[in-house]
Design a protein around this ligand. Structure first.
Ligand code: ADP
Ligand code: MG
Length: 400
């Protein structure tokens, strides 16, 4: 994978080609898959992502003139040049429907640092940044969080800000929420900033408490496949806002600050209170049972019973599909086919309406299950999916 030294060389090379001189350093931040805990992060709930070996690299150099120059080898349009003191959220700047283009993500990070009062003295001076990424974009694997987190991690070191990874995640979420205008929760940025090699990350999104849970698939003869369906259905953005609103309405109706506060043991009572609004019943049931599934997965992993999480993953998919209604035909086909082909469990991962699914398999079955999914897609007339193993990898770090 390209987050190796050669990847760092390539990023430095790209920087030199664009900006004329070498960078001060090269940093990496990964994409992620979520093992379990979907649409729970904006309900103060539990999530359990792991970082992928796929990373966004940033080669960077500090400037002293207050200018920010951004370049991505993965985007067209050349260098984007901005003034740090002129940065304003995309909506306010009236940049229109494209949310300011790709550069809004890193620009938003600099804006969030500035708004937090972290940019003064040398840190007010701007920077040159060149990006190159192996995280597929728009596949539900959080290429946007990787882009944000690598930016914040590079600037943290270049400016000597001394920010902890969790603080970096919060600033990056602020950038995506308030600068780019995407109302995401804290999971993606935390995964990219805080994950550890060979572990899944348990995150309590209310307490912002983290725990690295050992998840060494190779040692147990297991594999977690990512199946990128390569579709992204349009209704995704509107549906996300709609689901958030439903969760807030559910919490209000139940008289709790967030659905996190509905104990699994009290779910039936809560649903009885909501009876009459079947949609709300389903939305609330998903969030409450999904939080419980995260706890169950941790219990199994702590007990060394990794294989036994399979059915919990599949139950999580059914909940996303039937109660939260965020799946789609392609994701359902992955899960059904993998299940029939002998996988231990499978579910959609990420926001839904396309993007990726994960499939837990015995190593010996990885190839045949992947083949079954590819054939099922061909038979259904879908585009061929992209399938690769999710090796639990490290969070953001300096490479060179
Ligand atoms: P996801 O985060 O699931 O991949 P998003 O729609 O949230 O999908 O973010 C994708 C967007 O992030 C891209 O459209 C682009 O604007 C930006 N992006 C991600 N990686 C890069 C990159 N390497 N170079 C330029 N822009 C990128
Ligand atoms: Mg994203």
């Amino acid at each position: 994978m390209s987050d190796s030294v050669s990847g760092a060389d390539r990023a430095a090379e790209g920087f030199r080609a664009v900006f004329g001189a070498g960078p001060e350093g090269v940093w990496a931040a990964p994409g992620r898959v979520n093992l379990i805990g979907e649409h729970t992060d904006y309900n103060d709930g539990f999530v359990m992502p792991l970082a992928l070996p796929h990373t966004c690299l940033a080669a960077a150099r500090a400037r002293t003139d207050g200018v920010l120059r951004l370049h991505s080898g993965d985007a067209s349009g050349g260098v984007v040049e901005l003034r740090v003191d002129g940065l304003a959220p995309v909506a306010e700047a009236g940049a229109g429907g494209d949310r300011g283009g790709w550069a809004a993500y890193p620009a938003g990070v600099v804006w969030a640092l500035r708004e937090a009062g972290l940019l003064s003295g040398a840190a007010a001076g701007g920077a040159d940044l060149h990006y190159t990424s192996t995280v597929p974009t728009g596949a539900g694997l959080s290429s946007s969080a990787a882009l944000e987190v690598v930016t914040a991690t590079a600037l943290n070191e270049l400016y000597g800000l001394g920010l902890e990874p969790l603080r970096i995640a919060q600033l990056c979420q602020r950038a995506e929420n308030d600068f780019v205008g995407v109302p995401c929760g804290i999971m993606d940025q935390t995964a990219s900033a805080c994950c550890a090699d060979g572990h899944a990350l348990f995150l309590d999104t209310r307490e912002l408490a983290l725990r690295q849970v050992p998840f060494d698939l190779a040692a147990e003869g297991l594999r977690l496949l990512v199946v990128d369906t390569r579709v992204k259905h349009e209704l995704g953005d509107g549906a996300y806002a709609n689901r958030r609103a439903a969760c807030e309405a559910g919490a209000r109706a139940l008289g709790v600050p967030a659905l996190r506060d509905v104990a699994y043991e009290r779910l039936e009572d809560a649903l009885a209170t909501l009876a009459g609004d079947e949609t709300l019943v389903r939305r609330v049931r998903h969030v409450v049972t999904e939080n419980r599934r995260v706890e169950e997965v941790i219990e199994r992993l702590d007990a060394g019973a990794t294989r036994s999480i399979g059915p919990i993953l599949t139950a999580g998919h059914a909940s996303c599909r039937d109660d939260f209604e965020i799946s789609c035909a392609e994701l359902d086909l992955v899960v059904e086919t993998a299940d029939a082909a002998g996988a231990l469990g499978a579910r959609m991962t990420g926001g839904g309406f396309g993007g990726s699914a994960i499939v837990l398999v015995e190593e010996a079955d990885a190839e045949s299950v992947g083949k079954a999914v590819t054939e099922a897609f061909a038979a259904a007339g879908y585009r061929a999916p992209r399938i690769f193993p999710a090796v639990p990898s490290a969070g953001a770090r300096r490479l060179a």
